[in-house]
Design a protein around this ligand. Structure first.
Ligand SMILES: [Zn+2]
Length: 319
């Protein structure tokens, strides 16, 4: 286990922790503490759990303090550890989008889907065993649902676009919003002279550009001061950040539409064009990292985005 500190305290009892998914600085989970009760927002994978226990213990807390476990959606970098974590946290309930609940209670389809993408061996290495969750411990949170933890109010917003089973969580106390993947990806290593670099994620299989733009609008109607990104950590939603994000949604959609008639290696073409777009934006913003470093950070998401856009074309545009 790494000796590096894997978590950082923010304000209002919120701690961001590195889920150590694939490597450091890729996926986060959040610990929200209110007078001895804890909500865990996102779970990372089973491999994240020892880091989580360390972070809780450093705060003189343990799994018994955990009251709610809240993945923003059921993709496995967000919810892969939910079953295992629920089995360790006896006092916890799982809070999940109504469209995701069935997959947490019976994860067989999730496992089959991800195994098909990664292959059996890689799937096992990345996620381990995905455990089912007792349906009596699952709370479904539709749009507008409110939850109180020792008087601290969380409000759930239905935010489709990245996935239909995605909600965001507005935390009144911090005036912050936990955005999962709806508010895009911003890796701090790519911060430039003019600020953070951010772009949308269009992962398979439910990307919907119009829904995503509406969800970003819906988030901003809450006027949050901070957005807590799963990939990665807190960001201030300035007009520039919102423009970068919405521009990227429109641009990725256009890159896909431009490739509509391509029959061979379409994913690779889309991937190349996404990388080109992102590297151009980084250079416009004066990123100091080497091109190789920049490419190393974006290439994983660029490929996932290309796969999601190709899937979107197949679903809605291919004849
Ligand atoms: Zn994600």
């Amino acid at each position: 286990m790494t000796q590096r500190a894997t978590y950082q305290d923010l304000s209002h009892g919120i701690t961001v922790m590195d889920a150590e998914y694939i490597s450091s600085d890729i996926a986060a989970l959040y610990i929200v503490e209110q007078d001895g009760e804890v909500a865990i927002i996102e779970t990372g994978t089973n491999h994240s759990i020892p880091y989580l226990l360390n972070a809780l213990e450093a705060k003189h807390l343990n799994f018994d303090n955990v009251r709610y476990i809240i993945p923003t959606h059921v993709h496995l970098d967000h919810a892969g550890g939910a079953g295992e974590l629920m089995s360790l946290c006896d006092n916890a309930e799982l809070v999940i989008h109504p469209f995701g609940a069935a997959h947490m209670i019976d994860p067989s389809k999730l496992i089959a889907g991800a195994s098909a993408v990664y292959g059996e061996d890689k799937f096992k290495a990345l996620y381990g065993e995905i455990k089912a969750i007792d349906k009596n411990r699952v709370i479904q949170a539709p749009d507008g649902f409110k939850l109180s933890m020792n008087g601290r109010e969380f409000e759930f917003l239905d935010t489709p676009g990245h996935a239909r089973h995605h909600f965001c969580i507005y935390d009144k106390k911090s005036n912050g919003l936990f955005s999962g993947d709806t508010f895009g990806l911003s890796y701090p290593q790519l911060t430039t002279d003019v600020g953070r670099f951010i772009f949308a994620t269009t992962t398979p299989v439910q990307f919907d550009p119009e829904a995503l733009l509406s969800s970003i609008d819906k988030i901003m109607k809450k006027n949050p001061e901070k957005i807590y990104l799963t990939h990665f950590s807190e960001i201030s939603p300035t007009p520039d950040i919102i423009k970068q994000l919405t521009d990227s949604v429109k641009q990725f959609k256009q890159i896909a539409l431009n490739a509509i008639d391509i029959t061979e290696d379409r994913i690779e073409l889309i991937n190349q064009n996404i990388q080109q777009y992102l590297l151009l934006k980084l250079s416009e913003m004066g990123c100091h990292q080497s091109p190789e470093f920049q490419q190393g950070v974006i290439k994983f998401d660029s490929l996932l985005n290309a796969q999601g856009l190709d899937f979107w074309l197949k679903k809605y545009h291919d004849k």
